[in-house]
Structures are given as structure tokens and as C-alpha cells.
Write a protein that binds this ligand. Sequence first.
Ligand code: DGL
Length: 260
Amino acid sequence: MKIGFFDSGIGGLSVLHHALKVFPNEQFLFFADKKHVPYGEKTSEQVLEYTSEAVEFMIENDVKAIVIACNTATSVAITTLREKYDLPIIGMEPAVKKALDENDTMRVLVCATPITVRGKKLKQLIERVDNHHLVDLLPLPQLVRFAETGEFDSKAVTSYLSEELSRFDLTKESSLVLGCTHFNYFKDSFRKLLPDSVKFVDGNEGTVNQLYRKLQENGLLENNRQSIEFYYSKEKVTDEAELKRIDSLFERLDKMFDLK
Ligand code: DGL
């Protein structure tokens, strides 16, 4: 059976990119909800509805576990989904704990979508781990739109980021948390604007490790030839040009992976 990966768009590929290294013998189904992206600017009710529909579709298509490779959908839907379905469902939340574990004296800048930044889930996480009130929050909705049109390092991206980041004294931040899976594509653009001392932190490795634990616990690890099927809002992607575009996104993620 397959492992389902879900995101509103191409952001989830950054988590899948990591999973492909860890699971050479698993089959994957990747669902990007192209019809409804961006989620971060929708209402919570809409995000819950879209996410539930996607999960339902993946289950009908024989997945044995699901990774919600989207901080926004996790924030809104994970509790409801886990109540409703029996299979392992792994969610993602901004890696605030990881950032504070690495440095708990300097500030930590958490970038995410507006829904994630406003959400109860992130507030509760911050209350739990941010004992010295070091977390700064920055919503960056425009980055999701840039990512979906394949614009990662243009002048427009740099000036958007430069304006948003100018509200913070970056010399006081130890790390920038990529709290939306779409943001991994922009590490080079961020890097140009951040002091060298600010490190990137994301939740991809933690999420994939959690997936591994859940599959193992449930006896669900398999020994197949690795494969991936892509779906855009329930439509299977078969167009060669589109599959090539996905390949080039993986290539970009390869390069971004090396930026620390
Ligand atoms: N990639 C998503 C996340 O991790 C959401 C992007 C969006 O659709 O706004 O939050």
C-alpha cells in the first residue's frame, strides 16, 4: 500500500523530498490541492473541508498512512481527522521546539501562513515551549503565491521578504523557522537578507522520523520498488511537461537542502 502525502500545493514536496531518501522501498501518492491553494488565506472552515475531502480521496486510493505535509491544514484539521480515521495521520507544526532546543537565549523568528500564525495550535505550542518569551511571529502569505507560480528568487520576492523582515532586528534572532512547507523553496532568497548567524530550522526531518516510527509501530513498512503518483485535486498528473516541472522542483529542493 501507498503512503499519502498531502499539501495545498507544491510545499509538501519538500517533505516528500526528505521521505524519498529515508524510504527507498515505499510507494507514495502525493496530493496537491491545486484547485484551492493558497490555504493560508482561506477560512478555517474551508481548509477543514478541503483537507477532509483530500484525505477521504487518498483513503479510497489505498493509502496505509497519511502525512499532512502542510502546517496550515494540520493546524485546522488534524484533531478532526484523527478522530474520524483509524490509519496513522502524521501532522506538521512549525519547529519552534527544535529552534529553542538549539538556542534558548536568542530570539527565534517563526514564519508561517496567516492561519497558522493566528491558530490555537501554534499558540498552545508556544505557551508550552517558549518559557522566556523569545518567539517572534511573521505571516508570509505572498510566498505561497510566488511558489505556486514558480517565482523563487526574483526581485519581487527579494523586495517582499526584505520589507517583511525589516520589522525585526535580525541580529537578535538565532534562527528562522520555516513554518510553512512552501517556504523551503526560498532559502536562497532568505539567505541574501539574513545575517550568517541566523540558521534555518524546519520540521521536515522530524515529520519523516515520526512517519517511520508510526509505520514501524503498526507493522506497515514494506519492501517495494520506490514509486510516486501525483494528483492535483483528485486528477492524476500524467502530462509529461508537468511531471518534468515536478522534477525541476525536486532539483531546486536538492539545492535548498544544502543551505543551512
Ligand atoms: N504549505 C502549507 C503550509 O505548510 C500551506 C500553504 C498555503 O496554501 O497557504 O502551511
